[in-house]
Design a protein around this ligand. Structure first.
Ligand code: TUI
Length: 320
């Protein structure tokens, strides 16, 4: 068993957190991951507080195990969503796309553990200073909103910068990725893309097929010009974003094109004008499985390769 401080911090069987993917991470996915021994996550995204409350309640009915709420801080309603988390007795809040600095003391006073997703060592240090319990260091291989650094360079620098536990994210999709993350100084992993094709993931059939057919070069980053780079699968929408960037379009034009586009892909299966968020690892996602199968398989693989490689080096065997 791969056990780290994350197992104890979050009271979970595997040091794994499910990505807080907006419109994707609902009660069905979160409860399945939690029931399989990871930390399931309900993503608030841009959903209404009523929807969020409902999903939290459904998740609690479907699992006795711990789960978290992901709050995306670009959402102007973030403070209200934090209030819902408190009222509903959420024990772990994961934040993304900004600093939770102004909310953290209120959340911690309610006994909530706070784990920000961060894109650099300096932001990780700031999060530690304001009381974060751990950080998720997410490299630019991830899907959705991303930072500048990639996982290979980011994780060891964040691990050196802070004394709180570091969880790695971005580009991790199997046991090899988990093993690598641990070697780089992380004590846990967050996976998003791999769970898109889980049986319990309720996204559109078309979205799942797109992920199953993706290759390593199927994603691109749009929105660098707006300061909000987002990794999505290449499609008509992505090309139109690219065209806006080349013509120095106004922020309103991006907004118009992007409005409702995650929802279109996730729930309506619009593969041309929807934002199909996915990480670079989509190219290795080749089969649909239950969350239990995914988690058991990837940790078994990680453990096996760590042990086998250590054995080879100890016995002076040549690795093939
Ligand atoms: O947040 C994500 N992934 C996301 S959010 C999202 S919704 C969206 N909507 C409109 C524009 C862009 C995105 C889709 N995917 N991942 C976590 C993440 N957090 N990645 C990068 C960051 C981040 C960036 C800056 C975290 C903290 C931060 O701090 C800035 C500061 O000044 O403290």
């Amino acid at each position: 068993m791969i056990q780290t401080v994350i197992n104890d911090l979050l009271n979970i069987e595997y040091p794994l957190i499910q990505g807080g993917m907006a419109w994707v991470a609902d009660a069905s996915l979160a409860s399945a991951v939690s029931n399989a021994g990871g930390l399931g996550v309900v993503a608030a995204g841009y959903a209404s507080t009523d929807w969020i409350r409902e999903e939290i309640r459904k998740t609690r009915k479907l699992t006795r195990n711990p789960f978290a709420l992901n709050i995306m801080l670009l959402n102007p309603e973030a403070e209200k969503i934090g209030q819902v988390a408190i009222e509903e007795g959420i024990k772990v809040i994961i934040t993304g796309a900004g600093s939770p600095g102004k909310y953290i003391s209120a959340w911690k006073d309610c006994g909530i553990k706070v784990i920000p997703v961060i894109p650099s060592a300096s932001i990780a240090r700031r999060m530690e200073a304001v009381g974060a319990d751990a950080v998720i260091a997410e490299g630019g291989e991830a899907g959705g909103h991303i930072g500048e650094l990639n996982t290979m360079a980011l994780i060891p620098q964040v691990a050196d910068a802070v004394n709180i536990p570091v969880i790695a994210a971005g580009g991790i999709g199997d046991g090899r990725g988990i093993a690598a993350a641990l070697m780089l100084g992380a004590v846990g992993v967050q996976l998003g893309t791999r769970f898109l094709v889980a049986h319990e993931c309720t996204i559109s059939r078309a979205y799942k097929e797109t992920i199953l057919q993706a290759k390593d070069t199927s994603t691109m980053v749009t929105g660098r010009a707006t300061g909000h780079p987002v990794r999505i699968i290449k499609n008509q929408l992505a090309r139109e974003f690219q065209r806006l960037e080349k013509t120095n379009a106004l922020p309103e034009e991006y907004e118009e094109l992007g409005k409702g586009s995650f929802y279109r892909a996730v729930r309506e299966g619009d593969m041309e004008m929807g934002s199909i968020m996915a990480g670079q690892i989509a190219g290795l996602v080749r089969k649909e499985q239950s969350c239990r199968e995914i988690i058991a398989e990837i940790f078994e693989e990680a453990e096996k390769i760590i042990i086998e490689k250590a054995y080879c080096f100890k016995k002076d065997k040549i690795l093939r």
